[in-house]
Design a binder for this molecule. Structure first.
Ligand code: PLP
Length: 480
């Protein structure tokens, strides 16, 4: 069994095993002609049920064969140009290389004595990101598992900075289309059920700053504490970017912490064409960035950045077994002092490899391509009488719905769109997402693959229309 431990005597086994796995995945990627096979839970579950985990196969090739059967064959492939559903990107090769290196060396980024250079690499990337945002000389931050954790940590710092004992008094303002992790965080932070105030959005799904000002005023009048305003720079559904400069002004006026949730829009930090769309982000107290969304990084890769490094002390605890207080005076860099996690992956290495091989402009150019594609897609949808499209994209999503000329019942149109999404998924020809707008069911393309073309968009729209028409035809038959 010792031959399975990765060490100086097993390097040949390591090389062979990993190469065999890489060969499989490479062959799979080359052969995928659809983003999904359409496999159902009922198809797949019995194959897993049949596997006895207490009866190992022992042989790597046999295990990879089995994996083919229970996972690889039927996985959802984000690299396929017709995967258009959620905020998942195809990944860049330098980052995948980074992933292979980081898991083999297995550094843990909690302390210097578990990582050494890894800590310095992460710190340099935090500084790089903070500088791109423009957070100023006192900025800092830390890598996290994702936007959800980044938002939680940012709001923890905001809560502590209020120095308010009575948590029931705290209010967090976020637009009605902000991410649900804001509400989850509020709950985890012990705030009351009324704590998160949903601020209405305008026609373009951007926070209405007049409404925000009104809510902040109401909060002050009621003797409550405006703990934070969460501005979303790229909403999950619409990619809409809240008016950051105006929100920054209101935060200053009312003494609220400004958090920018740029989990999605952070790609603009590297953009060559659209960086101005997030102007004002430099005025934030904290920023969430998800490199695993718009920097083409494998899951997970995310960070929370803060304007004032000192605020990270609210996440600092010392333990004799890990990061004793004396290490601070000895100036030993222990990232755990800034993190909600303890043992923590060296995810930063993926971004490091990416920037060293491709450069930031290389990443920015890819993100610009998908933003341009979304703009083209919007034109196609706006000109197509079969569809209603919601907002002109600021990033790379399109929210739309099939609207048959002959049908007026909105509930029937809802059902046709829901059916089309399901039928498309079952066919595996394409994967699209769905959401609700003003109570009605819509479909969504999240475009993060520069390999997707306008021809793909046209083809998928035709498939959607075809499935929806089929549903309506059958429902007509049922009615007769
Ligand atoms: C995806 C997303 C999140 C959550 O990020 P995870 O990495 O999935 O945890 C938060 N905010 C916004 C706007 C998002 O799009």
């Amino acid at each position: 069994m010792r031959s399975h431990l990765l060490n100086d005597t097993t390097t040949e086994h390591y090389r062979r095993s990993v190469t065999e796995g890489v060969e499989r995945v490479a062959a799979k990627l080359a052969a995928t002609d659809r983003p999904f096979t359409g496999v159902t839970v009922d198809d797949l579950a019995p194959r897993l049920d049949a596997i006895d985990l207490d009866q190992p196969l022992r042989d790597t090739t046999a295990v990879l064969d089995e994996l083919e059967d229970v996972y690889l064959r039927d996985a959802v492939y984000f690299h396929h140009p017709r995967y258009l559903a959620h905020l998942n990107c195809p990944v860049v090769i330098p980052a995948v290389l980074g992933e292979a290196v980081l898991s083999a060396v297995n550094s843990s980024l909690d302390t210097w004595d578990q990582s050494a250079g890894g800590t310095l690499i992460e710190r340099k990337l935090v500084d790089w990101t903070a500088a791109r945002i423009g957070l100023g000389p006192a900025a800092d931050g830390v890598f996290t598992s994702g936007g959800t954790q980044s938002n939680l940590q940012a709001l923890l710092l905001a809560r502590e900075e209020t120095k308010t004992q009575d948590l029931a008094k705290l209010r967090v303002f976020a637009s009605e289309v902000s991410h649900f992790s804001v509400q989850k965080s509020a709950k985890l932070l012990g705030l009351g059920p009324e704590a998160v105030v949903a601020v209405p959005v305008d026609h373009d799904k951007r926070m209405q700053t007049v409404a925000l000002a009104h809510e902040l005023e109401r909060c002050a009048e009621a003797g409550l504490v405006p703990m934070a305003v969460v501005a979303t720079a790229g909403t999950t559904d619409f990619g809409s970017i809240d008016p950051l400069p105006e929100i920054a002004g209101l935060c200053e006026q009312y003494g609220a912490w400004m958090h920018v949730d740029a989990a999605y829009g952070c790609g603009l930090l590297a953009s060559l064409k659209y960086r101005h769309r997030i102007d004002g982000i430099e005025r934030a107290d904290s920023v969430t960035v998800d490199y695993h969304k718009s920097f083409f990084q494998p899951v997970s890769s995310s960070a929370v950045l803060v304007r004032d490094a000192a605020t990270l002390r609210h996440a600092t605890y010392h333990a004799e077994y890990l990061n004793p207080r004396r290490m601070v005076t000895e100036r030993i860099p222990n990232q755990v002092d800034k993190s909600l996690q303890t043992t923590r992956r060296f995810d930063a290495l993926k971004l490091w490899m990416t920037l060293r091989v491709m450069g930031a402009d290389g990443i920015g150019a890819l993100f610009d391509e998908v933003c341009d594609l979304a703009a083209e897609g919007w034109k196609l949808l706006a000109a197509d009488p079969r569809f209603d499209v919601v907002v002109e994209p600021s990033l790379s999503t399109l929210v739309f719905r099939y609207i048959p000329a002959a049908v007026t019942d909105p509930a029937e149109i809802d059902r046709a769109n829901l059916y089309a999404r399901k039928a498309l998924f079952a066919s595996g020809d394409a994967v699209v997402a769905g959401t609700k707008v003003a109570g009605r069911h819509y479909l969504k393309f999240t475009l993060l693959n520069p390999e997707t073309t306008t021809a793909d968009i046209t083809a998928v729209l035709d498939l959607i229309a075809g499935h929806a028409e089929q549903y309506l035809g059958e429902s007509l038959d049922r009615a007769c």
